[in-house]
Design a binder for this molecule. Structure first.
Ligand SMILES: Nc1ncnc2c1ncn2[C@@H]1O[C@H](COP(=O)(O)OP(=O)(O)OP(=O)(O)O)[C@@H](O)[C@H]1O
Length: 228
């Protein structure tokens, strides 16, 4: 049987909006197997970002449980959730959020230093990842000097720096032109597969989704399979 990297068990998420209560997820069920890459394709406003935030333990569900591997995150302290996020989960967003005063290499080193990796080892890992993303000549460049595609490659390298078990990506190439998005996406998939990371990737792009192992969508607050 496949081992599960991430499991959402009957997740409901409600938001209060003035007098109204908005139910975005309604008993959603989902399992992401170890090493599997799944596309999340759904119309705007249906709850993709909400789902990724819950999966990444950035928010807690109104009802239901999130499991990272075998471990339920229910009732954990903020410190324990932060530790799970730091050690096991990598995030990539549509906008890179790199730190402008640090070089590409330092940006990829930073999460490792925070996790207690020694500086030499962190630098070697950062160099290795950035080289695999074709950025060996940009190690010492500040983000402002990088192209959009290079910035996003660096952000993906940073998300993978601590060897997470799970990568969560919210429109990771949504901010790039079509050709650049295509290249960055191919590299993301190649390196995620090389690293054996399980990934859940939200995208509006059916063609990109078709390169992943399977696709799910959100319908009436639940995750259902989608053929792309
Ligand atoms: N903190 C919040 N408080 C109130 N409503 C919220 C909150 N966060 C999200 N929502 C609402 O939940 C719904 C889903 O939002 P979400 O950002 O998850 O959608 P999405 O599918 O990621 O959209 P997009 O593709 O446009 O990024 C939206 O109607 C949004 O306004």
């Amino acid at each position: 049987m496949n081992k599960v990297a991430l499991k959402l068990d009957h997740i409901t998420r409600r938001f209060r909006s003035g007098e109204e209560t908005l139910e975005i997820l309604s008993g959603a069920e989902f399992s992401l197997n170890v090493g599997e890459i799944v596309a999340l394709v759904a119309p705007s406003g249906t709850g993709k970002s909400t789902l990724l935030h819950l999966a990444g333990l950035l928010e807690a569900p109104t009802k239901g449980e999130v499991f990272i591997g075998e471990r339920s995150a229910k009732g954990l302290s903020d410190t324990a959730r932060t530790a799970i996020r730091r050690d096991q989960i990598g995030f990539v967003y549509q906008f890179h959020h790199l730190l402008g005063e640090f070089t590409a290499c330092e940006n990829v080193m930073l999460p490792q230093l925070i996790a207690g990796v020694d500086a030499h080892q962190a630098r070697e890992r950062a160099k290795d990842l950035l080289t695999r993303f074709g950025l060996s000549h940009r190690l010492n460049s500040l983000p402002g000097r990088l192209s959009g595609g290079e910035q996003q490659r660096t952000a993906i390298a940073r998300a993978l720096a601590n060897r997470p078990k799970i990568l969560l990506a919210d429109e990771p190439t949504g901010n790039l032109d079509v050709g650049t998005a295509d290249n960055v996406f191919n590299e993301l998939l190649r390196i995620v597969r090389e690293e054996g990371v399980a990934a859940l990737i939200a995208t509006h792009n059916d063609e990109l989704a078709s390169r992943m192992d399977r696709t799910v969508t959100l319908k009436d607050g639940k995750l259902v399979p989608l053929n792309v």
